[in-house]
Design a protein around this ligand. Structure first.
Ligand code: URA
Length: 250
């Protein structure tokens, strides 16, 4: 048994609305306690022992699984534990860590969208080699990227695996000549690359296969998920219901 509290306080503290908003919900008959319609805002509920239903859904119950979209900064490894390095899980406060793990890996120096969850079945599904979830990366390259490179990516390149890579889509954002630290002129290219698999260092190896070098890499989307512009590096937010649904049906 927990400490009994007023129903309107219980709902308002749990985020259902202000005290006056939740009173209206109770008056409209949208709240049930242990299967019976709530009598009024002053009715006492036991937050642990009583089952409060709002709009047909259990209110305040810990969700079975949680899903977070993290903006991974460089310098963190995509692991739950590491003897030497900082892990992405350290960006989630201890009390929220449950049994969370990152879905797939971004290299230590890669930034961007990383899904963190404790839903093992969904993670397994998303990472399945048969699934081919689209992943789009923004990259800065040393070298002059060309339309021919895009054609090679489309047909698959040899990165030293058994098979060439699956067709990938290149979008060239800019190609510029710059001066490097020693005053020498060098080419720098900015690209978006969408791949459908997740081999180790895949983008870096594909870029190397066409004779250039990745100097900065950031994942901006994965399946239906997009890295939100307003989500700062190192910050995370729960996925919305729509994002979870889209992810489960992608
Ligand atoms: N490809 C890479 O080379 N590195 C990443 O972190 C992700 C994709």
């Amino acid at each position: 048994m927990g400490k009994a509290v007023r129903l309107d306080k219980f709902l308002a503290d749990g985020g259902a609305g202000t005290r006056s908003e939740v009173k209206k919900l109770i008056q409209k008959g949208l709240v049930q306690i242990n299967g019976a319609a709530a009598k009024g805002p002053e009715q006492k509920v036991d937050p642990i022992g009583d089952v409060v239903v709002l709009n047909g859904e259990i209110f305040g119950a810990a969700p079975e699984f949680v899903y977070y979209l993290l903006h991974k900064p460089a310098g963190y490894v995509s692991a739950t534990e590491d003897a030497k390095e900082k892990t992405v899980l350290e960006l989630v406060p201890q009390e929220k860590r449950r049994k969370l793990f990152p879905v797939g890996r971004l290299d230590k120096d890669t930034e961007g969208l990383l899904l963190i969850t404790d839903d093992g079945a969904l993670a397994h599904e998303l990472l399945s080699p048969k699934k081919h979830v689209d992943k789009t990366y923004y990259a800065l390259l040393e070298g002059r990227v060309t339309v021919e490179d895009g054609e090679r990516f489309l047909h698959g390149v040899d990165i030293g695996e058994k098979n060439v890579t699956l067709p990938a889509r290149l979008e060239i954002l800019s190609v510029k000549e710059k001066e490097d630290a020693s005053g020498e002129k060098v080419w720098q290219s900015e690209i978006l690359l969408t791949i459908h698999e997740g081999k180790f260092h895949q983008v870096k190896r594909m870029v190397e296969a066409v004779g250039k070098k990745v100097t900065y890499l950031k994942r901006i989307s994965m399946g239906p998920l997009r890295l939100p512009k307003e989500l700062e590096k190192g910050a995370y937010r729960p996925l919305t219901e729509e994002e979870i649904k889209a992810l489960k049906s992608c």
